[in-house]
Design a protein around this ligand. Structure first.
Ligand SMILES: Nc1ncnc2c1ncn2[C@@H]1O[C@H](COP(=O)(O)OP(=O)(O)OP(=O)(O)O)[C@@H](O)[C@H]1O
Length: 480
């Protein structure tokens, strides 16, 4: 969980915040970063993002959103109609990633809070990293979904590229897991978080986007407790051909008359189940022909086809979804070895399978995980028709998918504070001449970003090839 918000005396940037706030990235010794080894993905080269606005700004259904209203007002007051860094007030540092630093900020004279990802392009030493920035910006500009961040503005000033996105104040699922006894969550919160992540992945796949970096660290939690997937620099985009088909299937479901155990909005059938046959028309938009050879992701979450380097598609996200479910339920990942090399060996080994503790409550979860962790992607659940098949698994029985965003987040999870209403934030305004304000802002940004490179504790650097990568011994699970 983030610390309580803290407003500093109103300068454009108060550098003292670096020593008084928590940098989750540095604080976390077990941070897992992701690996990127080569880029041959078919990412569209057209830039959908312009310098300072995004296509989503015109989305009608969000016109009353306070964030868009704040953006609109700031643009109206801006001399050139665009958002600039001078319009933003940085509040504190939230974390450091592979590409840059993330700050909590708001627009001056507004209480709407945003996260600002600041990338100093001069610090990006390789073409690959520059390309990752463009990938992230492009993917973000395409998104319009409650469980994914909105890109409100892209600001390119001097050698900085800044992405203004939704702020998720409840931290990430990895930190939340570590606050739980045994680093495990009870089954109902797991169903809740997994269902939302599944819907987010389904949306990405329907857009032709293969995510490739699912892990609890990348599942941020919004103020209302709902999820927000983050980190799109490892995605690849492919063509997707949506289809609409009729299908006959046997559905096992609980009798409505049976007594049910209840927990929040997610209920579990306590007694017998019955089977019925249904013919359904369904929309499938899974990028089944997506293909990449890049070895990217986070070791413990890599699918076997990714590790072997023979090419992969959207199935890698369904494998990672299985690992994700396992980690939420068991507090560890199923193929974790003594070293990263051993982990990768376990993943590709045809004899090594996930092991499960005996626990009756987890039978359906176990069955789902086993179907997702099938080493041959052609036989893996989700790889033929996408999320539809996973949603239908008995583990998710009872969930009304169209209403998913209205389900109540699990309140019983230790360390998850769900705010019922947004507290108005005080904002202090001190008149600073625009010239002074600008130079101060640049000096402050340079200072903060320099801090990143000298700290040495930030995210890892990319390795140039797989053998170099597996040959090293790492103290923690990191993305490369
Ligand atoms: N929208 C956000 N709201 C709140 N915190 C965020 C947000 N985006 C990022 N963070 C925090 O900032 C940190 C850095 O984020 P960033 O996306 O740059 O890197 P990352 O998620 O660590 O991934 P990588 O280095 O693999 O690209 C994250 O660990 C997270 O704690």
């Amino acid at each position: 969980m983030e610390q309580e918000d803290f407003y500093f005396p109103d300068t454009d940037l108060d550098l003292s915040f670096t020593s008084t706030t928590t940098d989750r990235t540095f604080a976390s010794s077990s941070a897992r970063t992701s690996l990127t080894l080569s880029f041959n993905d078919r990412l569209s080269t057209s830039s959908a993002v312009t310098t300072s606005s995004t296509s989503s700004s015109s989305v009608n259904h969000r016109r009353h959103d306070p964030h868009w209203s704040a953006i609109k007002s700031a643009k109206l007051l801006s001399s050139d109609g665009n958002i600039h860094l001078r319009h933003l007030k940085l509040i504190r540092h939230l974390g450091t990633g592979n590409l840059g630093r993330v700050f909590l900020c708001n627009l001056r004279d507004s209480s709407a809070r945003f996260a600002l990802k600041v990338i100093d392009r001069n610090c990006l030493t390789t073409e690959k990293k520059l390309s990752q920035v463009e990938t992230e910006a492009e993917i973000l500009s395409l998104l319009d979904h409650p469980f994914l961040p909105t890109l409100y503005a892209r600001i390119d000033e001097s050698h900085y590229t800044c992405l203004l996105i939704d702020y998720a104040p409840n931290g990430d699922l990895h930190s939340l897991l570590r606050k739980q006894p045994g680093n495990r969550l009870p089954i109902q919160p797991v169903r809740f978080f997994a269902a939302e992540v599944l819907v987010a992945l389904e949306y990405l796949h329907a857009m032709g986007i293969v995510y490739r970096d699912l892990k609890p660290e990348n599942v941020l939690l919004r103020e209302d407790g709902h999820v927000m997937l983050s980190d799109f620099d490892l995605c690849f985009k492919s063509d997707v051909v949506p289809t609409f088909k009729s299908r006959r299937y046997r559905r096992s479901s609980s009798s409505p008359s049976l007594r049910r155990r209840r927990s929040g909005c997610f209920s579990v059938a306590a007694e017998k189940k019955y089977e019925r046959e249904e013919i359904v028309s369904e929309f499938a938009a899974e990028p089944v022909t997506a293909f990449s050879r890049s070895c990217v992701g986070t070791h413990e979450y890599l699918a076997p086809e990714l590790v072997s380097g023979n090419g992969h598609g959207s199935g890698v996200d369904w494998w990672a979804f299985g690992i994700f479910l396992y980690e939420l339920l068991y507090g560890t990942t199923p193929f974790k070895g003594e070293s990263k090399e051993q982990t990768l060996r376990n993943i590709v080994s045809t004899t090594k399978t996930a092991s499960f503790h005996m626990d009756g409550d987890l039978d359906e979860a176990r069955d789902l995980i086993e179907k997702l962790l099938v080493k041959d992607p052609r036989k893996r659940l989700g790889c033929a028709r996408g999320a539809q098949d996973i949603k239908r698994h008995p583990f998710f029985d009872g969930i009304k998918w169209p209403l998913i965003r209205h389900y109540k987040p699990p309140e019983e999870v230790r360390g998850l504070v769900i705010k019922k209403s947004t507290r108005p934030h005080a904002s202090h305004v001190i008149a600073v001449s625009p010239r002074r304000r600008k130079s101060f802002l640049w000096r402050a940004l340079s200072y903060l970003l320099r801090g990143k490179s000298s700290s040495g504790g930030s995210k890892n650097q990319s390795n140039s090839n797989y053998y170099h990568y597996v040959g090293k011994s790492y103290a923690s699970r990191k993305r490369v």
